[in-house]
Design a protein around this ligand. Structure first.
Ligand SMILES: Cc1ncc(COP(=O)(O)O)c(C=O)c1O
Length: 478
């Protein structure tokens, strides 16, 4: 066991220390992977666990895109951290299951303590509570299931849930999963800054109610995936209070910013939300799956998820009924058996301290500001959306372009060329109908040089796209 354990740790350390050694983008074709990995069920085992660890690391785990590469600026870059890896191993060894107190008392208390730390980090009210879930999607789903039960009961007729066009698709999927039809999700346009148009919503809700519909909840996004925009959360909180609606904030990307001093302005809205999605596997540097849902009134989770509420004709769980101050987290969310996701965050907070987390989050925002300044000063680049919570979008677009140069296609070309070169990962998205390059700078290991390098690549490939158009337009010789 020890030899294999040491070997596994060596592999882990090699991953952390060698993250720049390979290109960030790695997308092998399915046939190639099948050829290497497809094999019959192994009837007999092996004594050489080290060899198996080597093989699976090489053939499967390394055959993936490195979102933790410091020049990976696509999606939400992930980082993970070494204590969190150890946390997962320890929790697995102890079969830690913070479900019923009878089975997992210590793990449950550890999860509750970690939730308190997370609340302290983000400035959330003492009374808030919740649980760790697999990610932002599961957190949104959990919150909306509670909102549905609280405000609609069993009758979904005429229900209306509101979010903006910029909300993450997991919100629409959660609406579907909690039993709403597509037209019961009212998608509100975004304003020029790509934030939910609160004035439009303020007109919609009473109009819907007057039409006999049943508005029940609003989802505001704290850091949209595309541009890092923050919906007008204070105005949404006011509206929800006035109209008696559930207010959910999807802070999967952006809630972490509330930990920093410059993000303190977000805190009042977070404190007023009925529910909040936080996703520590994004900007709190945890490995997957570390998501979290927090409610201002956590006792409402039990109204939806308490297993006794759903009991059929068996009572094998009877002995697990909590006594006194005991807590069964399996009654607070959709999972009965659940892993101790909290330990990753607990151990990394213990190891690095909250200050290091705040500094790392600040670094992401500083880097985005720096990228924006470089773009603004560059004659061939144009900022499309300003840095919002460490996300910015821009285009390669010099003032003087040849006729026939298609700006949208050029951004695609540049993104492909950058990725193919193998030094960075930079993808496109669409903003107000135009294709743009999107950069998310939350990785604490990314440096100003990394940003400058990628912008240099963008300009170089952009010029190539111009040259290709000029060449194809040039008169051909006789
Ligand atoms: C705003 C927002 N909400 C929800 C999600 C979904 O989170 P997860 O991938 O952890 O399920 C994302 C992921 O990018 C996101 O950016």
């Amino acid at each position: 066991m020890r030899a294999a354990g040491r070997h596994a740790i060596d592999l882990v350390v090699a991953r952390f220390t060698g993250v720049r050694d390979r290109p960030p983008l790695r997308v092998p074709p399915p046939e190639a992977l099948r050829a290497v990995l497809d094999e019959p069920l192994p009837e007999d085992g092996t004594d050489d666990l080290c060899a198996v660890l080597d093989r699976v690391t090489r053939d499967a785990l390394a055959e993936a895109t490195r979102l933790d590469h410091p020049r990976s600026f696509a999606f939400t870059p992930a980082t993970g951290n070494f204590p969190a890896v150890l946390a997962d191993a320890l929790a697995a060894a102890h079969l830690s299951v913070p479900g019923a107190w009878l089975v997992g008392a210590g793990p449950t208390q550890l999860e509750l303590t970690t939730l308190d730390w997370l609340k302290a980090l983000l400035g959330l009210p003492e009374g808030a509570g919740g649980l760790f879930v697999s990610g932002g999607s599961a957190a949104n789903l959990t919150a909306l299931a509670v909102a549905r039960d609280r405000l609609l009961g069993d009758d979904r007729t005429g229900a209306r849930l509101y979010c903006s066009t910029q909300a993450h698709p997991s919100v629409a999927r959660a609406a579907h999963l909690v039993g709403l039809t597509r037209d019961q999700l009212s998608v509100v346009p975004a304003d020029d800054a790509l934030r939910l148009d609160a004035a439009d919503l303020a007109r919609r809700v009473p109009a819907d109610r007057a039409a006999g519909l049943r508005p029940f909840a609003v989802v505001g996004t704290l850091g949209t995936t595309g541009t890092g925009a923050v919906d007008p959360l204070d105005a949404l909180a006011d509206l929800c209070a006035r109209e008696g609606l559930w207010f959910h904030i999807d802070g999967a990307h952006g809630a972490a910013a509330a930990a920093t001093e410059r993000g303190h302005g977000l805190r009042p809205a977070l404190c007023r939300a009925d529910s909040l999605t936080v996703d520590p596997h994004k900007w709190l540097f945890q490995p997957y799956e570390t998501g979290c849902v927090l409610l201002r009134r956590p006792e409402l989770l039990r109204a939806t998820f308490d297993l006794t509420r759903h009991a059929l004709d068996s009572d094998y769980l009877g002995p697990t009924a909590p006594r006194g101050a005991e807590v069964n987290l399996s009654d607070h969310g959709p999972q009965q058996s659940r892993g101790l996701r909290a330990l990753k965050l607990w151990l990394s907070l213990k190891t690095f301290g909250a200050r290091a987390f705040r500094q790392a989050i600040d670094h992401g925002m500083d880097l985005a500001e720096h990228a924006a300044a470089l773009i603004a000063a560059h004659p061939e680049l144009r900022l499309v959306t300003p840095p919002g919570l460490a996300v910015l979008t821009f285009r390669y677009h010099p003032a003087d372009v040849p006729p026939g140069w298609d700006a949208d296609r050029a951004q695609e070309f540049i993104s492909r060329a950058v990725c193919t070169e193998g030094e960075a990962l930079l993808l496109t998205t669409r903003v107000r109908g135009a294709t743009v390059l999107r950069m998310c700078t939350v990785n604490p290991a990314s440096t100003r040089e990394d940003v400058a390098h990628v912008l240099g690549q963008v300009a170089r490939h952009g010029r190539r796209s111009l040259a290709e158009v000029r060449e194809s337009a040039a008169p051909k010789g006789p």
